[in-house]
Design a protein around this ligand. Structure first.
Ligand code: ZN
Length: 160
């Protein structure tokens, strides 16, 4: 289908460093971190008339970096998880999950409107944020790839 442009986060050093946990996973339920890598591809049926672009590379990079900047060097917490209880203590955030209780300085935490901090949900979240920030116009498909480490990740496909 048409033309696909791509931004390879691994080659271009686009990503963020963050801490998360996966509820009740035998290993990943413990707080741990990743140097996430974020890539995107954008497909369109035709280029624009004047410049001949499906989508401007610079614009794609700017939007992705803008979306993920809020995750960088943060503890990510899934607000929409029914298994995670988040309590605002003013300067601190208390997080209860299973039999554990964490207290974080508020400035260290990013609470996301997301069901889980799996790469699956992160990729979907980033794709939806990206779509909100652009005019879809000639675009037919957007694929956001989130890798927790190079070679291990998820692609979320959004058809416009
Ligand atoms: Zn992890």
């Amino acid at each position: 289908m048409g033309i696909k442009i791509f931004i390879n986060g691994s080659k271009l050093n686009i990503g963020f460093s963050a801490c998360h946990f996966i509820v009740d996973h035998f290993k990943c339920s413990k707080l741990h971190g990743h140097n996430y890598i974020v890539s995107i591809s954008i497909s369109g049926e035709k280029t624009d008339e004047k410049m001949g672009f499906v989508f401007d590379f610079l614009e794609a990079k700017r939007i992705i970096k803008d979306i993920i900047s809020r995750f960088d060097h943060k503890v990510l917490i899934p607000k929409k998880s029914k298994y995670v209880n988040i309590i605002d203590l003013g300067e601190e955030i208390e997080v209860k999950v299973s039999k554990k209780r964490y207290i974080f300085p508020k400035e260290d935490v990013e609470i996301l409107e997301i069901e889980s901090l799996s790469a699956e949900h992160l990729a979907k979240f980033i794709a939806e944020e990206f779509i909100r920030k652009i005019e879809e116009g000639n675009i037919k498909e957007i694929v956001v790839r989130v890798e927790e480490k190079e070679g291990q990740g998820v692609e979320y496909v959004h058809r416009c």
